[in-house]
Design a protein around this ligand. Structure first.
Ligand code: F6P
Length: 363
């Protein structure tokens, strides 16, 4: 009988549990045993962190946010943070240990659900001989090889709902409200939620912005009797000639810096330049929480089912990708190579411009 292991790595995203549900049910129907590794690769090393998952164990988890397996963005086995006796953080490579545990436990393959970082780790294990299949996950939607990642639609819905709510308070106080949304170096969440949520200004990482253009739009609103404005700014956006703002790496062992601060910076500039009463808020992890939308559930379930079919066909070192109208298998090496950015000539960007949304340039 085949035994497979599934892990979830990196930041959580709504839909992870739906993938787990689909993998467990599809694999069980083939007569396979499924195990879940808790917090990334922990279950590979510690039997207490390895869960046997049967259809009964995953019953009803599809609509639940987060991941029943837990996740981490400090669990890279090739660069695992450990504290030495002096309390300093050092990095050790424990990948060989993970490999030998994987072999000893007799797993047929590993289904690794994660974003760019986790998929890169999965590919490195594939190169060491682990049969791996990647499932793309990130609310940022920034993986080039797949049309969509699950979690994105839910994050956009949450951000749009927040913008809807901010209109009434901004209008009541004649204020400018600046909302910082997630997405790292890609502006998908900002663009989609900004258009759907009636923003006046959307600032994207793909288009460095000019504060004069932003303030001109807010002043133009005033001229037309609209005394409030909503500005959506992606956490990875920057002013022309400026830098992407960040809050450092946070906890030891994180691979990436925590982006943030640009919303407050933009709000302060608006206050100083045109004297408008301005408030900023960071939507933050609200965008990662909650029940996945129908779209994300369906996509995640389809990813999980396709991943097991790929495993059955022995198509390893590949990532399942949504390439409408079908699911395809993309080599992990290709999948991790490129980030997907907003195309400034795309229909959505043109729509934003057509309906009068300022993108922070003088266009
Ligand atoms: O990649 C998903 C994401 O939510 C980004 O949009 C954001 O920059 C980052 O993760 C935040 O990570 P953390 O939860 O570790 O602060």
């Amino acid at each position: 009988m085949r035994k497979i292991v599934i892990s979830t790595g990196g930041g959580d995203a709504p839909g992870l549990n739906a993938v787990i549900f689909a993998v467990v049910n599809s694999a069980s129907r083939l007569g396979w045993e499924v195990y879940g590794s808790r917090h990334g690769y922990k279950g590979f090393l510690d039997p207490d962190e390895l869960l046997r998952l049967t259809p009964k164990d995953v019953e009803g988890i599809t609509p639940i946010g987060g991941t029943i397996l837990g996740t981490t963005n400090k669990g890279n086995p090739f660069k695992m943070p450990v504290q030495n006796l002096a309390g300093e953080t050092q990095f050790v490579d424990i990948s060989e240990r993970v490999m030998s545990c994987f072999k000893r436990m007799g797993f047929y393959c590993h289904i690794a659900v994660g974003g760019d970082g986790s998929l890169e780790i999965a590919h490195r294990f594939a190169q060491m001989g682990m049969p791996v299949i990647g499932v793309p996950k990130t609310i940022d939607n920034d993986l080039e090889a797949t049309d969509r990642t699950f979690g994105f639609d839910t994050a956009v819905s949450t951000a749009t709902e927040a913008l809807d709510k901010l209109h009434s308070t901004a209008k009541s106080h004649d204020r400018v409200l600046v909302v910082e949304v997630m997405g790292r170096e890609s502006g998908w969440i900002a663009l989609y939620s900004g258009i759907a949520g009636g923003a006046d200004v959307i600032l994207l990482p793909e288009l460095p912005f000019d504060m004069e253009a932003v303030c001109a739009k807010i002043s133009e609103n005033e001229l037309h009797g609209k005394r409030y404005s909503i500005v959506v700014v992606a956490e990875g956006a920057k002013a022309e000639g400026g830098k992407v703002l960040n809050r450092g790496t946070g906890e030891a062992g994180r691979a990436e810096v925590v982006l943030g601060g640009i919303g407050e910076w933009v709000a302060e500039e608006i206050r100083q330049r045109i004297g408008k009463d301005t408030r900023s808020l960071v939507l933050g992890h609200l965008q990662r929480g909650g029940s996945p939308t129908t779209f994300d559930r369906l996509l995640a379930l389809r990813f999980g089912g396709a991943a097991v079919r790929m495993a059955d066909a022995g198509q390893f070192d590949h990532m399942v990708a949504w390439t409408p109208p079908t699911m395809s298998a993309v080599p992990l090496e290709v999948a991790i190579r490129c980030r997907k950015h907003v195309d400034l000539n795309s229909d959505k960007v043109l729509t934003a411009r057509s309906i009068g949304i300022c993108l922070g340039d003088k266009d």
